[in-house]
Design a protein around this ligand. Structure first.
Ligand code: DQQ
Length: 544
């Protein structure tokens, strides 16, 4: 049945049971107390302790030293006071000077309003930060000039040159305009709303789980959130668009003097023109700066594709994506993501292929690894690009998904569709197809990446879309890579070194019989070459 343990993940974070959604904060705490030599990562997440559906929201808490294996701790926050009686919703942590962590979170008050609260560790020398106290001066922010039920998810705070802390909170005003409100504070207790929001838009009613952080324009390494303006620094503003539950981001300049974010290359106020971290099941993401490893790490909630009643039967719902390092692409125009290196510690048996041609209709099985728990990296070499089919549609805005919908893996093309069939039964009755297709356009070439779930399962009533995104890569070099992490009910894919990512949730029936296979396929008229392929069976991480 759908309640089979086979659908639980081996290396994606999930609690032992019940409902999970947004990652709240993860931060690395350096050497508090003499007993600890490695930093400890803390992951907090939205959690319903009583059921596998959303409700009774608390903060679950787990810790790790490697971002892969996790130990569960008691709930960090649960509703207890008039300012959070109806729920402890999303927020973030900030580390104040002296290595003092503070949580800012949204409480749903007795009267159902969204208010912002503070929580502090009860005992700062407890390395596990087990207990959190809510000072009596809460709430520290209440809605002013915005809907009191649409005002939430304070971001990690950053410190300005003027010595004031800042945070941004998503809100919807009475004209249905979304705002990234800006608040400032000297002491973290008294917060004052700035006249001007950090950013505002007419293209969504509400924006959730805002993340705002600097990225280096020169190097891959991450920057601390309070890094000040300079030639070499750009800022990223990430917003969860409430109307369609997708995370979008903009790259631009943060003008500290004006406390305003000015996005680059944005001509219209239309969220469909914004960038996406992931074109699949991926929402409410949050980054944190890992000071020890000098990287910025991204987490996100990957929602279910089965029904709520299935979730109740299963007793669980929701996973976190694997933690991903993110940095600004060399072209300065988008971010690039790659699973943290620690994930590679789970790689076991390996299978390798080199220089294998896959001609029209070709299907090559990758044998020798457990196909339900694997990490696959392939590098494809392409035929001459002049063979590419013409893109006769006017694919604009966010219609890559539509393109994948119309041109699935079984619709033959010229260069592509080629890629992987994963969680595939021997007769291919069930499979998830992750693939590329190259087009000729009036200005050059376009590369489409799809993750098509429509044939992923024979179970009824699942959400089985074909997700898609365009890939911005220099295809003229004649190469493209694909990495897919297969973890029972998760398929998380990274195209062109992490330039386009797609996470899918699937429930193939074949997992119940063990009939899982991995294939490389080509359905284009032109032969593509597997330059290199490596597939590893993954060990099971110790998660909660
Ligand atoms: N989830 C939280 C909210 C947030 C939403 C509630 C986003 O704070 O806006 O569980 O998924």
């Amino acid at each position: 049945s759908i309640a089979s343990k086979q659908y639980r993940t081996a290396f994606h974070f999930q609690p032992p049971q019940n409902w999970l959604n947004d990652p709240n904060v993860v931060y690395q705490q350096n050497q508090i107390g003499p007993m600890i030599y490695n930093g400890i990562y803390h992951l907090f997440y939205q959690y319903n302790p009583y059921s596998a559906k959303w409700g009774n929201i608390t903060w679950g808490h787990s810790i790790s030293t490697d971002l892969i294996n996790w130990t569960p701790l008691d709930l960090a926050l649960r509703p207890s006071e008039p300012f959070d009686l109806q729920g402890c919703w999303s927020g973030s942590a900030t580390i104040l000077p002296g290595n003092k962590p503070v949580i800012l979170y949204t409480g749903i008050s007795e009267s159902g309003h969204n208010v912002q609260n503070i929580a502090l560790p009860k005992n700062i020398s407890d390395p596990f930060l087990l207990e959190w106290v809510k000072p009596p001066y809460n709430p520290v922010m209440v809605a002013e000039g915005v809907k009191p039920t649409q005002f939430r998810d304070p971001s990690t705070c950053w410190l300005g040159k003027d010595g004031l802390w800042r945070t941004t909170v998503g809100a919807e005003d009475f004209e249905k305009k979304a705002k990234a409100l800006l608040y400032r504070s000297k002491d973290f207790v008294k917060w004052t709303r700035a006249e001007q929001p950090l950013f505002s838009t007419n293209s969504s009613s509400m924006i959730e789980c805002i993340d705002f952080f600097p990225v280096s324009a020169k190097r891959k390494r991450g920057l601390d959130g309070s890094t000040i303006e300079s030639e070499e620094v750009k800022h990223v503003l990430k917003m969860g668009v409430f109307d369609n539950s997708h995370d979008y981001y903009l790259i631009g300049k943060y003008l500290e003097e004006l406390d305003e974010f000015i996005p680059e290359n944005v001509v219209e106020d239309d969220h469909r023109m914004w960038l996406r971290y992931d074109y699949g099941s991926f929402y409410a993401s949050k980054t944190f700066f890992d000071a020890e490893k000098r990287r910025r790490v991204l987490w996100a909630w990957s929602n279910e594709s089965d029904t709520i009643s299935d979730d109740i039967v299963k007793g669980w719902a929701g996973v976190q994506t694997v933690p991903r390092t993110i940095w600004l692409d060399e072209n300065g125009k988008q971010l690039v993501q790659w699973p943290v290196r620690e994930l590679e510690s789970l790689r076991m048996e390996k299978v390798e292929l080199k220089d294998v041609e896959v001609s029209k209709g070709g299907l090559i099985e990758i044998k020798g690894v457990k196909a339900s728990q694997a990490d696959i990296e392939v590098e494809f070499e392409l035929p001459e690009l002049k063979k590419a089919e013409l893109m006769y549609h006017d694919w604009k805005l966010d219609n890559a998904q539509m393109a994948c919908d119309q041109m699935c893996a079984s619709v033959p093309g010229s260069i592509g569709p080629f890629g992987l069939l994963v969680l595939a039964s021997h007769d291919l009755e069930e499979h998830t197809a992750i693939f590329f297709r190259v087009f000729k356009t009036s200005t050059g070439h376009a590369v489409l990446m799809c993750s098509d779930q429509r044939k992923s399962s024979l179970w009824p009533e699942l959400y089985k879309p074909a997700f898609g995104g365009f890939v911005s890569t220099d295809i003229k070099e004649g190469k493209i890579s694909l990495r897919s992490l297969i973890d029972h009910s998760v398929v998380e894919s990274f195209g062109a070194g992490g330039r386009t990512c797609i996470t899918a949730r699937v429930y193939p029936k074949l997992l119940l019989t063990g009939d899982a296979h991995i294939y490389v396929f080509n359905n284009g008229s032109e032969t593509v070459k597997i330059k290199k392929l490596k597939a590893w069976e993954m060990a099971k991480a110790r998660i909660n």
